[in-house]
Design a protein around this ligand. Sequence first.
Ligand SMILES: Nc1ncnc2c1ncn2[C@@H]1O[C@H](COP(=O)(O)OP(=O)(O)OP(=O)(O)O)[C@@H](O)[C@H]1O
Ligand SMILES: [Mg+2]
Length: 323
Amino acid sequence: MIVIDSVTKTFQDHKVLKGVSLSVRENEIYGIIGQSGAGKSTLLRCINGLEAFDGGEIRVNDTALSKLSRKELRPLQKRMGMIFQGFNLMERLDVYHNIALPMRFWGLNPSSPEAGRKITELAELVGLEDKLRSKPRELSGGQKQRVAIARALILDPEFLLCDEATSALDPEITKGILSLLQRINKELNITIIVVTHQMEVVKQICERVAFISNGTVLKEGRPEELFIKPEKKEIRDFLRENSENLPENGVNIQLFFNDSNNLKPTVTQMARALDTDFSICWAKLEDFRNTVYGSLVINVEEKDRNSVCAFLDSRKILWEVLQ
Ligand SMILES: Nc1ncnc2c1ncn2[C@@H]1O[C@H](COP(=O)(O)OP(=O)(O)OP(=O)(O)O)[C@@H](O)[C@H]1O
Ligand SMILES: [Mg+2]
């Protein structure tokens, strides 16, 4: 649906995107995650045509963006709703007219009965039907973001692009906004791209994710793959998963599992079967859209390394020796 192919972008002398490739499928919620300055917002702005790119191609439903003039880009931009961290509401307009703002831009009358119905419908969807006459300053951060979401949906977009939409909100409010995005995705069949530096966001709603570091995609896949087995050092560092306090002696082996029941017996069985002891140094369980994944680091003596690894293989448990 959106295919990004080897996109490059340079600001002055600074290469910000160094050949980014990824693809977003119809009706999915796709995450773009990475450190501050990685190029996430720049990429999003290239997708909706706010920013031109220097090389590569972006295709939206087979339309190549690099071939379009500014004018030809406009209908495409109409199909993409956008929300930001800072909400970007007009202080002097009430909620109704903030939601209606894109209509004015497209020459539609926000006071027509159809517009009124549409705006009321969207206000209900985002849970603000009783706030239509309030000004932004009378709203909480979460409510402001709900207005921004309704505004982004007013022209019936196919895509909703979210740039750090929940970064300014506390965890409870964030959850509410994320479930709203999930509803919009399911009920209105809108493809959503979320740019974020919050792992929680990706874990809760994204079906697939790209990890961007320094202008390149280090990994694209399901969030659980990224978080349970972050192969690249940059990803581990980002997730602060270096397990800094691991023992320096012996061999540290990380085990990965996706069923909280399958590991516990394996670990104790391994101790019995190999007639050896080892310590559990680090463990975590993570909730991904209702499936629990986990990983565990054990420390074994060098002499047991091969037998432990063979045992784990025999039980089809994914493992990795940590350096
Ligand atoms: N208009 C611009 N002119 C010059 N440099 C820019 C411009 N926009 C972005 N940059 C630079 O491009 C790099 C990537 O910026 P970008 O905003 O895409 O990062 P980001 O991943 O969204 O970061 P954050 O998580 O902080 O929002 C940064 O080094 C930034 O300084
Ligand atoms: Mg950004």
